[in-house]
Design a binder for this molecule. Structure first.
Ligand code: SAM
Length: 346
C-alpha cells in the first residue's frame, strides 16, 4: 500500500542551511589564516587570480569565496571579489577592531554532537584547547603567561568594538574613579578613558594576565590614567577609593553563588551613592532569543559554570544585594548596560 504523502507546510531551506552551519566558523578562520581579507583589501580580485596568489585550486578558491560572499563578508562586482563593511572593519589584521584572534581560538574549541550531549546531560563544562575547564584554570590561577596572553588577546579582539560602542553611549557623569573588575586587556577602561578625560581607571586582573593588560594600556598611551592591579577577585581584598565598579562579560562566567558573591563584594567596596555597572549580551525577557545571546549562553554552558541573563535576572541579582535605582540601557550590538546605585544611607 503506498503511504499517504502530505506535502510539508513549508520548505526545508532553514534546515538545509543549518545542516551546513558547521562550516561557517572554519571558513572564516581559514580565510583569515590564508590572508584572503588582506589580499582583497589591497586589490579586489577574480577567483583565478586569487587562486594563484593563495596557491589553491580554482575549485577550492571558488567554493571559499562563494561561501564568504554568502555570509556577507565579500561582495562580487564586475567579476572581482571585494571586502564588505564588516570584513573591512573586523577582519584585517593589525586594525584596532580585528576579530581574528577570537575566531581562531573559537575554531579550536571542539564542539561536537557527543561532547555537547555529554555537557548537557551532566551540566558540566568541557576543557578548552587541550587544557582544563577555563574557570578552573582561573580559580587555581593555574595559567601560564603565554596561555593568559592568547586568551586575553582573543578577548580583546572580541570586546574592543563593543567597548568603544559602550563608551559612545554611556555617561560616567559624577564618576571619578572606576574599578574594572577582571578587565582582561583593559579594553573597556581604554575606550571609556578616551571618552571621559576626567575619570581615572583601575583594571583588576589575575597576575598572569596583568603583563598583557599593561601592554594594551601602554599601546594606547594611557598608563597615566589607567592603573593595572593584580587581584584575585574571589580571594583578595578589593581596593577602596572607587566610586564605580564595572563588570563586562564576567557574571556570565560563574554560577549563581559566585555571581552573588561578586555583587555583594561590589556593594561592600563602593561608597554610599557609588555606581555598579554591568555590561552583558542580554537574552530577551521571554528567553526565546536573540540567537547570538542564546548561542553565547550555550557557549557558557559548554565552557563554564555560567550563562547569559535576561535584564530581569540581573535586576533581581543586584537588588538582592542591596542596590537600588536599577536601569537597563541597550548600548551596542545586543549588549546592554545595567546600572544600579548603592543607597546613600548604607
Ligand atoms: C570573559 S573574560 C572578560 C574580560 C573583559 N572583561 C572583557 O569583557 O573583554 C573573563 C576575565 O576574567 C578574568 N578572571 C577570571 N577569574 C578571575 C579572578 N579570580 N580574579 C580576577 N580576574 C579573573 C580572566 O583572566 C579574564 O580576563
Amino acid at each position: 500500500m503506498p503511504m499517504d504523502l502530505e506535502k510539508p507546510t513549508c520548505d526545508d531551506s532553514l534546515i538545509r542551511q543549518l545542516s551546513m552551519s558547521i562550516y561557517q566558523l572554519p571558513i572564516i578562520s581559514v580565510a583569515d589564516e590564508l590572508g584572503v581579507f588582506s589580499l582583497l583589501e589591497r586589490e579586489p580580485t577574480s577567483i583565478a587570480a586569487l587562486a594563484g596568489q593563495l596557491s589553491l585550486s580554482f575549485r577550492a578558491t571558488e567554493a571559499l569565496l562563494a561561501a564568504l560572499a554568502g555570509m556577507g563578508l565579500l561582495a562580487r562586482f564586475q567579476g572581482k571579489f571585494h571586502l564588505t563593511e564588516t570584513s573591512r572593519n573586523f577582519l584585517i589584521p593589525d586594525r584596532p577592531f580585528y576579530w581574528g584572534h577570537m575566531l581562531r581560538l573559537a575554531s579550536q574549541v571542539p564542539v561536537t554532537h557527543g561532547a555537547l550531549l555529554e555537557t548537557l546531560r551532566r551540566d558540566g563544562a568541557v576543557a578548552w584547547n587541550g587544557g582544563k575547564v577555563i574557570t578552573e584554570e582561573w580559580e587555581k590561577v593555574d595559567l601560564s603567561e603565554e596561555r593568559a596572553f592568547v586568551f586575553t588577546r582573543a578577548m580583546h579582539s572580541h570586546s574592543f568594538a563593543t567597548a568603544v560602542g559602550l563608551a559612545q553611549r554611556a555617561s560616567l557623569k559624577g564618576v571619578r574613579r572606576l574599578l574594572d573588575v577582571a578587565g582582561g586587556s583593559g579594553c573597556f577602561s581604554i575606550a571609556l578613558a578616551r571618552q571621559n578625560p576626567d575619570v581615572r581607571f583601575t583594571v583588576a586582573e589575575l597576575p598572569p594576565v596583568c603583563k598583557t593588560t599593561r601592554q594594551y594600556v601602554a599601546e594606547h598611551g594611557l598608563e597615566g590614567r589607567i592603573d593595572v592591579m593584580e587581584l584575585d577577585m574571589f580571594r583578595d581584598a578589593w581596593p577602596s577609593g572607587h566610586d564605580a565598579i564595572f563588570f563586562a562579560n564576567i557574571l556570565h562566567d560563574w554560577d549563581s553563588a559566585r555571581r552573588q558573591h561578586l555583587i555583594q563584594r561590589s556593594f561592600e567596596a563602593l561608597p554610599p551613592g557609588g555606581r555598579l555597572l554591568i555590561y552583558e549580551l542580554l537574552l530577551s525577557d521571554g528567553q526565546d532569543g536573540p540567537l547570538t545571546a542564546a548561542l553565547c549562553s550555550m557557549n557558557m554552558v559548554y565552557m563554564t559554570p555560567g550563562k547569559q541573563f535576561t535584564a530581569g535576572e540581573l535586576d533581581e541579582l543586584v537588588r538582592g544585594c542591596g542596590f537600588t535605582g536599577v536601569s537597563v540601557m541597550p548600548a551596542y550590538a545586543g549588549y546592554s548596560l545595567i546600572s544600579a546605585t548603592k543607597p546613600l544611607d548604607r
